[in-house]
Design a protein around this ligand. Structure first.
Ligand code: SF4
Length: 360
């Protein structure tokens, strides 16, 4: 029996430029290559999509760097599976988003935009090799709102080289003025294969990073955002439904270069190499079998990331266990509380340590 999958993710592996911190599966946009990628993706979609998805997320890379014609092809491929999508997100960068693409996205049912902003400080944006300035961000947010696309999420970064508490504070103030309902904030991780990694740039001191996290938490809470997941803040009812699927440990289909997916006890990852993706029928480089113990742990690990926590009844039914018996040590951890039959970690900053008590 095949179970219905509710979530679809598609990775667009092209960007207009390469940010210095980035180690994702992406390369510089090339029109001909993007056409070939679309040909291959069409086949992958035909072979793998069998459901009407509740959430669809087109991420990357930079989906908005595709031409209008290519964007239309992409959305047309997905269209037969999107009629029941309650949340349909596309990622965009400010410099490549325009009114033509916004109208097209809307026409195909996209109802949420995730915009890569990172900072409001233009010097910092240059340090990261981002292609936009903050004025462009303001203009594009206005354009989205003028086109009634108001369900907007903004990605920001902190703990950046050259960023201090004042710069972060100013960015938060600038972002609050944009009045968008969802914000994701990620601290910089120096990836070995990124330009920063190769140049030997290091992250900020751990204590500074912790102070920045605290500042973000306070400022956003004071301004009506709910800190609903370790790195995510939303106005009431604007939590990311697609990401909530990951955090509830639901199955999802991931397509294209570098994407991964999970179906029951199988988790797979596609090749990160675009040439292999284009030329091979066998694009899955990893097919992992997860046993029950691993799945239960991953389920707990993902669910404790949100303030809603883990639904104990659902968990016990799904795995046929008694959670209080199975995780005696974990339940004794002082940061774990049980509220309304949900297991909750009341301090996301220490989540990794808390999880150690669920590992035995
Ligand atoms: S951070 Fe985003 S926009 Fe920048 S290179 Fe990576 S995928 Fe592209």
């Amino acid at each position: 029996m095949t179970t219905r999958i509710k979530h679809l993710y598609i990775h667009v592996p092209f960007c207009n430029g390469i940010c210095y911190y980035c180690d994702f599966a992406r390369r510089i946009y090339d029109e001909k290559l993007a056409d070939k990628w679309l040909d291959r993706l069409e086949r992958e979609i035909e072979e793998n999509c069998h459901d009407q998805y509740e959430t669809i997320y087109i991420g990357g890379g930079t989906p908005s760097c595709l031409s209008l014609k290519q964007s239309e092809r992409l959305l047309r491929f997905i269209y037969p599976y999107a009629s029941k999508a309650i949340e349909y997100t596309i990622e965009a960068n400010p410099e490549s988003l325009d009114s033509g693409k916004i109208s097209l996205y809307k026409q195909y049912g996209v109802n949420r935009i995730s915009l890569g902003v990172q900072s409001s400080n233009d010097i910092l944006l240059k340090t990261l090799n981002r292609a936009h300035d903050f004025n462009t961000v303001k203009n594009k947010i206005r354009l989205l709102k003028d086109n009634s696309l108001t369900n907007i999420s903004i990605d920001l970064m902190y703990s950046l080289p050259g960023q201090d508490m004042d710069i972060l504070k100013n960015t938060l103030e600038d972002i609050l003025k944009l009045d968008v309902p969802h914000l994701s904030l990620y601290s910089l991780t120096i990836e070995e294969n990124s330009v920063f990694g190769k140049k030997g740039i290091s992250s900020l001191d751990e204590d500074v990073e912790a102070d920045m996290y605290e500042l973000i938490d306070k400022v956003l809470n004071d301004n009506g955002y709910i800190h609903y997941e370790v790195s995510n803040f939303a106005k009431k009812d604007y939590e990311s439904k697609h990401n909530m699927g990951y955090w509830k440990y639901e199955d999802f289909l991931g397509l294209s270069v570098g994407a991964s997916g999970k179906m029951g006890n199988n988790r797979y990852t596609n090749t990160r190499d675009l040439n292999t993706y284009l030329s091979s029928d066998n694009i899955r480089i990893e097919n992992l079998y997860l046993d029950k113990k691993e799945m239960m742990f991953e389920n707990i690990m993902m669910s404790l990331r949100t303030i809603y926590g883990l639904n104990i009844k659902e968990f016990e039914e799904k795995y046929g266990v008694n959670i209080r018996e199975t995780y005696k040590k974990g339940l004794k951890n002082r940061y774990i509380i049980i509220k309304d039959d949900h297991l909750i970690c009341d301090n996301p900053e220490v989540l990794n340590n808390v999880l150690l008590d669920f590992m035995d």
